[in-house]
Ligand binder design. Structure first.
Ligand code: FAD
Length: 454
């Protein structure tokens, strides 16, 4: 069995197979496993170049951490991380967390608040209609919520555009709330009661965590468990199936293959099944947003804002340079030396894709301008690390369903071929972990079945 791609998806799948006594060889193009998860430790600072936190919405996460013996290294965000700021008129305003707080909040106008009261009376859209997130939000709760709640939130998750994203594909729970309860507000209330009964956790209440040495702790631990099975610096370009055996470039023959790759790498693969070329070019239409992570350290006294929260998101209408900033050293201890703070800002996204082509100095200047205006940051950074992801996050735009159908159909029609990862099963870390885990179970079932037939 072979796995192509050594990001969190491929690693999770290989580990899950190992737990079931199935040995998989994992091929990774670069000289390290982990994919976009990359932690840099220098001079007492700990910078994340890719993801910063895991949202524990699935019990599989806890099981994986226990199986890897990482419980003592896990650190959950502290209580103040529940505070989220949204920038309005260039000032960070706390996102209200209760109905009373909402009524008193300066984040939304009285008109927008009154408009919300009409939400339960707005008719649900037909179940088969695929609506963009922007259209959905304007229809149900009005333009101001789109601008000051949904737009910055979407920048934080997808670095994407609400006008393009599909409500059903990118935010299936939101779509389901409308379909099931006919109202987002009623759905929130009734859904909370149902969750209480069933013991499940909503995204807002799910624990958020990292590790004392950063998120790379997880992929390093997986790499150590799989040591003998990992082949780094081995990009696979050609995958050929013949007589139920899979051969990869010059890298041997396998009983099955899992493709745990970004869409833009899948389309480059030369795939041949029973002497017929199989084109994956359909997936070339999956758009990726570009993102630059700009991590800056400052003396505490050079930052006016208390940094008492998760971070601050910048709505597009505010016309700032960056998408938002995570208060990294407030979330987790050990991210900056004593007396210093660490802030992680993101630039680019579909809002301003051209910005990621700027030099690191220019990117730092753009972020400094925003930090100065929004958080009252003065003085020179004491630390900086810039990392550019030219193709960071796949966009689950209107019509995205066809890509999932395409991969599902290939899996069904080509025996021994499997797909997993962020361009199929969701863009978050937890989605990737669940995707790798579930793919491993499908593979184990397939291998079991093939053994029985022989
Ligand atoms: C800047 C940024 C911030 C993010 N923040 C968060 C966050 O805070 N929380 C969260 O939940 N999610 C976050 N995400 C999303 C999350 O990190 C990703 O969805 C997830 O890590 C994807 O993992 P993956 O294994 O599917 O893909 P990848 O990490 O892209 O791994 C794919 C691997 O395949 C390898 N590869 C490519 N081509 C070949 C080939 N031909 N042969 C062999 N190997 C190949 C690559 O080198 C890579 O290692 C963020 C993403 C980015 C980019």
């Amino acid at each position: 069995m072979a796995i192509i791609g050594g990001g969190i998806t491929g690693l999770t799948a290989a580990f899950r197979l190992q737990q079931q006594g199935i040995s998989a060889v994992l091929f990774e193009a670069t000289d390290r496993v982990g994919g976009v998860i990359q932690t840099v430790r220098e001079g007492g600072y700990l910078a994340e170049c890719g993801p910063n936190t895991i949202l524990e919405t699935s019990p599989l996460i806890g099981e994986l951490i226990t199986a890897l013996g990482l419980e003592d290294h896990r650190i959950d965000t502290n209580e103040s991380a529940e505070n989220r700021y949204i920038v309005r008129n260039k000032h960070p305003v706390k996102l209200p967390s209760s109905p009373l707080g909402f009524m008193a909040s300066p984040l939304f106008s009285c008109r927008a608040k009154a408009r919300l009261l009409a939400e339960p009376f707005i008719r649900r859209a037909p179940a088969d209609e695929e609506e963009s997130l922007a259209k959905f939000v304007r229809r149900r709760i009005g333009r101001e919520f789109l601008d000051y709640a949904i737009n910055p939130f979407v920048a934080g998750v997808y670095a994407g555009a609400p006008e393009n994203l599909s409500t059903r594909e990118a935010f299936p729970k939101l779509h389901a709330l409308e379909q099931r309860y006919g109202s987002l507000i009623l759905g929130q209330i009734l859904g909370a009661r149902e969750r209480k009964r069933s013991g499940s956790v909503s995204k807002q209440n799910a624990p958020k965590f990292s590790f004392d040495q950063g998120l790379e702790t997880l992929t390093t631990a997986l790499g150590q468990q799989l040591k003998e099975q990992i082949r780094t610096c081995q990009a696979i370009n050609k995958v050929v199936q013949q007589n139920n055996a899979w051969s990869l470039d010059q890298a041997g023959e396998y009983s099955a293959v899992l493709l745990a790759l970004p869409a833009f790498r899948l389309v480059e693969l030369q795939l041949t099944c029973d002497s017929n070329p199989v084109s994956l070019s359909e997936l070339a239409d999956i758009q990726y947003s570009p993102v630059a992570s700009v991590v800056l350290g400052f003396r505490r006294e050079d930052v006016e804002h208390p940094l008492d929260g998760f971070g601050a998101l910048n709505p597009q209408v505010e016309q700032l340079n960056s998408l938002g900033t995570i208060f990294s050293s407030s979330l987790f201890p050990g991210r900056a030396p004593l007396g210093q703070v660490l802030l992680t800002s993101y630039v680019g996204g579909l809002r301003a894709p051209h910005l990621v082509t700027k030099t690191p100095d220019e990117l730092c200047d753009l972020v400094m301008e925003d930090l100065n205006r929004v958080l009252g940051v003065s003085g020179e950074p004491t630390y900086r690390h810039v990392f550019v992801h030219r193709r960071a996050i796949p966009q689950y735009d209107v019509g995205f369903g066809r890509f999932k159908t395409f991969m599902n159909e290939l899996e069904q029609n080509v025996s021994g071929l499997f797909f997993a990862g962020h361009c199929r099963d969701g863009v978050s870390l937890v989605d990737s972990i669940v995707s790798g885990h579930n793919a491993a179970d499908r593979i184990a079932g397939h291998l079991h079945q093939t053994c029985q037939n022989e």
